[in-house]
Design a protein around this ligand. Structure first.
Ligand SMILES: CC(C)(COP(=O)(O)OP(=O)(O)OC[C@H]1O[C@@H](n2cnc3c(N)ncnc32)[C@H](O)[C@@H]1OP(=O)(O)O)[C@@H](O)C(=O)NCCC(=O)NCCS
Length: 195
């Protein structure tokens, strides 16, 4: 363990201990679930932090509400601390949108667990996905992101933005960075559970 100049090893050890106790306490109280209509206000607030910073696109409460069937949240002590949703494009594309973890809970594997849960859940929802006229044999999942390393740590690979059809960029017309977009495309394929 490296020791910073102004801290005794004992203090560092204590900090590490406290962090582990804190994480354990949180772990017991983490609940990852499909979002509910009562969560819309909290989701809105959480997304707002990053829409203000122009990291994600702004979404109206109506849109958040409409996206609920494919929105997943992490709650701890009944408070929404993380959110993400899937948006679909025919024939077999799904985009991860609005993935946001409350700043206080970042780098604690919340994002990774949320994404893993959502992917597993999605793979079991073949019938729901077919209703959207999406080819539910093999889904090509992608994200446009400033945090490619996070997605790489979740088994996504970096790919060319030009590989995707123009229609996925329709929402970009509302983005202030549309003429100088530095987002990176990442993708992963998922197969559906046979039922
Ligand atoms: C990006 C974000 C979703 C990651 O969620 P998180 O819960 O903080 O990430 P995790 O703790 O699950 O990280 C898993 C791994 O991803 C990588 N990672 C996560 N955040 C990273 C960052 N900011 N920079 C580089 N790598 C990062 C690391 O390899 C990390 O493993 P490690 O902590 O053991 O090194 C979260 O930080 C966030 O909400 N950021 C602001 C909004 C945003 O940029 N959303 C993405 C829009 S597509």
């Amino acid at each position: 363990m490296s020791v910073t100049a102004n801290k005794l090893p004992q203090e560092l050890y204590l900090e590490q201990d406290i962090r582990e106790i804190y994480l354990e306490m949180l772990n017991k109280n983490f609940k990852i679930t499909l979002a509910h209509k009562d969560d819309v206000d909290e989701i809105d607030k959480l997304l707002m932090t990053y829409t203000k910073e122009e990291i994600i696109l702004a979404r109206s409460q109506e849109q958040i509400y409409a996206d609920l069937p494919f929105t997943y949240v992490v709650k701890t002590f009944a408070k929404v601390i993380a959110v993400m949703n899937f948006s679909f494009f025919q024939p077999n594309l799904a985009e991860i949108r609005g993935l946001v973890i409350d700043q206080c809970f970042q780098r604690m594997a919340v994002g990774k667990r949320l994404l893993q849960f959502a992917l597993t859940s999605l793979a079991s929802r073949k019938e729901d996905i077919k209703k959207l006229k999406i080819d539910a044999n093999e889904l090509r999942l992608f994200a446009l992101t400033y945090k490619p390393n996070f997605f790489v740590s979740c088994d996504f690979t970096i790919c060319e933005k030009s590989e995707f059809p123009q229609k996925i960029y329709e929402v970009c017309q509302f983005c202030v960075k549309k003429d100088d977009c530095k987002e990176i495309a990442v993708e992963r394929r998922i197969k559906f559970d046979e039922k």
